[in-house]
Ligand binder design. Sequence first.
Ligand code: GUN
Ligand code: FE
Length: 458
Amino acid sequence: VDTPKLDELRVRPRTSVGVSKNGTIAFIKADSENPLQEALEFDKTLQPWEIEVFDTFQEQGSSFFFPGFIDTHVHASQYPNAGIFGTSTLLDWLEKYTFPLESSLADLQIARRVYTRVLDKSLSNGTTTAAYYTTTSSVSSNLMADMCAKRGQRAFIGKVCMDRHAPDYYVETTQESQESLLSVIDHIRNKLRDDKIQPIVTPRFAPCCSRELMSWLGKLASEQDLHIQTHLDENQSEIAWVKELFPESESYSHVYDDHDLLTEKTVLAHCVHLKEEEAALLKRRKCGISHCPISNSSITSGECRVRWLLDQGIKVGLGTDLSGGFSASILATARQSLLVSRHVAMKETDPKYSERAKLSVAEVLFLASYGGAAVLNLEDQVGSFEIGKQFDAQLIDLESPTSNVDVFDWQHLTWNDKQQDKCNFDKFQDLIAKWLFNGDDRNTARVWVASNIVYSSA
Ligand code: GUN
Ligand code: FE
């Protein structure tokens, strides 16, 4: 099961997927009878003992493969604060909860404990690729890169750059920020050397960065062909502050553009209050947007108009935004994105647009997988099941022993029954809706990245 296009839920029952040792999908065979035989026919140089067969046909109940989730925006360092935000909004939330916690991770023992738990949670919730923010500390960022490599997750590691408007105990000089980022890039590219782990240029957000730092980061990203991530148009007070700090720029988005930070490899989190001209600029620059609906509802930032973005052809993926968001689960984030789209719909006065604003189950699952891959420029590698792509996948079992999804006998799928040629697509759509609304990590049976098992429930 995958979503190769927005609103296309593709179901390929009784299909075998052949994966080579380097993790690439080599063949996809419909009406599969004997996967071992099919693999031997595909590659005649193979011997039977060189092939491992994982047969979900034998599994009872409603199980299926779905592409691994892509978390396009997550602050690994903030995980201990998941669920703690009180009545704060962005700017006081940063001062009260976020900066003190992040600064404490300069202690590597604390960092290791936090990052271990984040990786546990992320992988057990089916996330196979994540764009992380760590902290300003290069050593703790390097530690996170090493830990992601060891656990086998595909990851972007964003050492946070911020050289002003932060408390004394958690601010860098411009030079410290530059040197620290260069050391993280060197560590990942020259020492770690794992092609699944990449550094990502991470100016925290415009208010915390000097013009000098942002220009230098923009130049570095272009010279070294690096991804970029930051926050944009999340909250009204933030936007007003940016206007005060950068009176010379046409808009918040233009502040980043004026420092060469908007590229096709840029991921912009939130974009809740984007204006028409800003959306047009992001579209021209081919930037991607990370929609973080749990965070936006929790710290009352606002409701992102996702349909409006998609209609303009802007790339959109989902982000948990731990700990603005309280959940490490992209499934929960997808569920919230569907609900937020309904809030947008309820506020829309034009009935035609109101109906359109609502995102479907298939659409939010697209954002969770293929959409996120496109935001990170990885759509040729992951996000759906195609020959030549990497096998980054999760095995979902709706009837796992402790499942919160109740599947009644008449809702059972018979697609694994070899007597049955076709699966009942309508029934299947209902099961997928049950997964989205009632499912959680208890349904994540196994997770693979590049064909390696990175999580197993049993
Ligand atoms: N803007 C600047 N820093 C942050 C952060 O850590 N989280 C969120 N949600 N927004 C930010
Ligand atoms: Fe964030």
